[in-house]
Write a protein that binds this ligand. Sequence first.
Ligand SMILES: Nc1ncnc2c1ncn2[C@@H]1O[C@H](COP(=O)(O)OP(=O)(O)OP(=O)(O)O)[C@@H](O)[C@H]1O
Ligand SMILES: [Mg+2]
Length: 577
Amino acid sequence: MITTRELYQRLYVYIRPHWWRVALSMVASLGIAATDGAMVKLVQPFVDRLIVAGEREMLILAPFLIIGLQLAKGISRFAQEYYIKSAGQLAIQRIRNHLFEHIMGLSMRFYGRTPNGVLMSKVMNDVGTMQSATAEVLVGVMRDAVSLVVLIGVAFYTDWKMAAIAFLSLPIAAFPAAKIGKKIKRHARSGQAAIGDLNSVLEQTFSGIKVIKAFGTEGQETRRFSFENNRFLSSVRKVIKYDAMAAPFIEVLTGFGAAAVVWYGMQRVIAGEMSQGQLFSVLAAIMLMYAPFKRLTKLNNYMQLAISAAERVFDVFDEKPEIVDAAETVSLGRARGAVTFASVSFAYDRDPVLTDFSLEVQPGEVIAFVGPSGAGKTTLVGLLSRFYDPTSGRILLDGHDLRQISLASLRRNVALVDQETFLFNDTIANNLRYGVPEATEDQVREAARLAYADDFIQQFPEGYATDVGQRGLRISGGQRQRLCIARALLRDAPVLILDEATSALDTESEAMVQKALANLMQNRTTFVIAHRLSTIMNADRIIVLDGGRVVGCGTHQQLLREDGLYRRLYDMQFQDS
Ligand SMILES: Nc1ncnc2c1ncn2[C@@H]1O[C@H](COP(=O)(O)OP(=O)(O)OP(=O)(O)O)[C@@H](O)[C@H]1O
Ligand SMILES: [Mg+2]
């Protein structure tokens, strides 16, 4: 938990570059306060000399003075608000960019435990709340606080006894205002959390729309949404309630102040101790103070809103990426592709997923991992991509521990075709070129051809310019897989990982893609994961995994002879033939 003080310090870092806007705005606040003060001061001669004594020259002067002062105040107000709000906006913009950059740098474990919807709500809503609330706070602190000080000064200068009576109510009003602010912060925080949940529901619903339709659970999802939405509403309603309470409190209290002043002031005017003008001047000060004071008490509420949002934002900033470059890193250039797993063990949480896994792979070798679902195959190649670091043991590429290799150079050397065939909402060409923006049109076509994707791409009316739609949903599963393979081929990395990369293809296309891959595999180390054993029969070595341990290793023929898990899997798949 960060303290409020730390919070301000961290916000200050963002506002500092825009100090001159803040300074301009400050000068403008002084202008506003000065015109307010002058206005109040002028009430006295207006009343005493114009209304009571009836001096002619005051009559001519008064309209000009009023218009002139209002003009000066208007210009000052504009400058004050514009400069401070734009400074706030610029600062928040940078916070949002930094937040996104920071989230991008966080590791897979973080993404595993934080729903996308919550992340989206932090970047959009919480930063947005910070933005609107800090704008109010900045405008208020500068304009209203300065005005208030000047008005109080003028009142005290005119008649300190009366001013003292009038302002006695202000410190009293501060107590309930602070209490209200606390309540607002609490409810605002739960409101912001509720928005995060609401976002998660939205995100999930739209991503899983097909499952929802297929199961006919639209009603259930609607109820879930409305439940979360209600939770949000109940927090927001409390915030509105306490926020609306603040002003009436002040109104009533200033009523007491004004009544006391009128009562006491009238007696002094009647006794001849002060002029009518002085009385009106003090009353005018109280009336003018009322608006800024009311806003200042609301300011505390805004401040609480901003703080609770900022806390949620800075919580993310405090998440440390787990996978980072070491202090001294090696940059590999193009690796040869020798991979060594040395007694690698791994657990996501507590339960071991891989236990003491060792394997030595020569450059250019094709290694297949097979084994039942949940055996740890995807986890193993995930470690090779360094999404996670092993709990114990080491993984080496060309003799360097992965942790010593710069992440950028590691990722350049390892290409991955995942189980999840994710495509960006963009054209086919841009999806293929992803991560390799410099690839020429010919290279893109060549990769597509090797992945047996060129044919079907050509058949689309728009060819390579076809939009694949949300997550590539406008394209069939097998087509999607071929695009993902082509995308990885274009990266031309010396280590290639294919995790169920051909599982969605029909036997014929798979055989073709296999043939294409066979050419490609020649110059690179390839890790293939497949349930369909026909896919991996030709691998140089097949590693059979079960429960995170190696239970068999060898070529297809050797493993068949061994009569272990591999044999059983094989028999089950080829029973009929
Ligand atoms: N992000 C994660 N957090 C926690 N546990 C995980 C995570 N990913 C996988 N696991 C667990 O690790 C184990 C191995 O999962 P893994 O995905 O490596 O299996 P797999 O062999 O690839 O299975 P499949 O053939 O079904 O793809 C499973 O028990 C799974 O529940
Ligand atoms: Mg898997």
